[in-house]
Design a protein around this ligand. Structure first.
Ligand SMILES: C[S@@+](CC[C@H](N)C(=O)[O-])C[C@H]1O[C@@H](n2cnc3c(N)ncnc32)[C@H](O)[C@@H]1O
Length: 303
């Protein structure tokens, strides 16, 4: 099998040069009312990840392995989104239960529809992950929070609540990225911004910098006895710029530059930004045969 260690020393050196120390910050309200008021952003990201990944083992298998399910567990998924992960995981919980919680009603409804009528009993709750007051003590064997923790307003309260609702012997899986994940996307994006003399405050890392795979273990260690980090890599490879452009524009809001209304930035600004990014991607495809986007992600397993 081909190696799935995609991070070369050259990429590590590049990361140190181009990923800013400061990161974007978004509120739970921005997540609910802008990013996840429909399923489009999630659908685009999930479809493109799946279509262009080169690690033969899907990320979902990594999550399922981490959870060490026997099939009878009660599982809580914080920020469950459109149920994409839950759908894949569900057959491993045929005699267990699933509780999906999300702040955004539109994606929660999509998850509900996706799992409706399946063998596993499901419950859906609209709430912020730092308010689990509707759930009893020691109610779950497994709790997950995948790619969502950076939106949660009160992290301390969230982790205290996870501890309360999780049974002794349970596992809390928190999955997130390093800020230098998808480095090549940030490289072409920042190069285009620089060429356009864009405002300085657009040069920021992903909001996942708030609690990333690189810096989260210490924060979690204050709440859980054991915190294990399990890294995961993949590489998306594009031989046509257009699917990448959709991923960049819709899936990541131009690396967050178009995430919030900003009257300094016109539609022309974003058109020029996309043109400049597309040109670099097309050049990389011509030079190397594909444009690579290297994912550096993984999970904290907390007990
Ligand atoms: C990037 S999506 C991840 C969805 C899913 N966990 C997955 O991995 O496919 C982030 C999800 O977190 C939800 N979210 C954002 N802020 C939240 C909060 N404070 N509490 C609960 N869910 C939240 C969003 O509505 C969205 O569904």
């Amino acid at each position: 099998m081909a190696s799935t260690d995609f991070r070369t020393p050259a990429l590590d050196a590049l990361a140190r040069k181009i990923i800013p120390a400061q990161h974007f910050e978004f509120s739970a309200a921005t997540a609910r009312d802008r990013f996840f008021n429909d399923t489009r952003m999630l659908d685009v990201k999930q479809r493109i990840h799946n279509a262009f990944r080169t690690n033969p083992t899907p990320m979902l298998d990594h999550m399922i392995d981490n959870l060490a399910l026997t099939g009878t567990e009660d599982l809580l998924d914080l920020g469950c989104g459109n149920g994409f992960v839950l759908e894949g995981l569900r057959p491993h919980l045929a005699e267990g239960t699933i509780t999906g919680l999300d702040i955004a009603p539109a994606v929660l409804e999509a998850a509900h529809k996706r799992l409706h009528g399946t063998a596993t009993a499901c419950t859906w709750i609209e709430s912020s992950a730092d308010d689990l007051s509707m759930l009893g003590d020691d109610a779950f064997d497994r709790v997950m929070a995948n790619y969502m923790i950076h939106y949660v307003p009160d992290l301390d309260r969230c982790f205290t609540e996870v501890r309360r609702v999780m049974r002794p012997g349970g596992i809390f899986q928190l999955t997130t990225d390093r800020t230098d994940s998808m480095l090549e996307m940030y490289q072409v994006h920042f190069a285009a911004l620089e060429a356009m003399s864009a405002p300085d405050d657009l040069f920021k890392a992903t909001p996942k910098g708030r609690l990333s795979l690189a810096n989260g273990a210490g924060v979690l260690g204050a709440h859980f006895e054991q915190v294990q980090t399990v890294a995961w890599q993949d590489q998306l490879r594009f031989t046509d710029p257009e699917p990448f452009m959709l991923f960049y524009e819709v899936g990541h809001n131009h690396c967050c530059a178009s995430s919030e209304p900003d009257e300094r930035l016109s539609e022309d600004f974003f058109r020029e930004l996309r043109d400049r990014v597309r040109t670099q991607v097309a050049q990389a495809i011509e030079d190397n045969g594909y444009f690579a986007v290297t994912k550096y992600t993984g999970s904290f397993l907390c007990r």
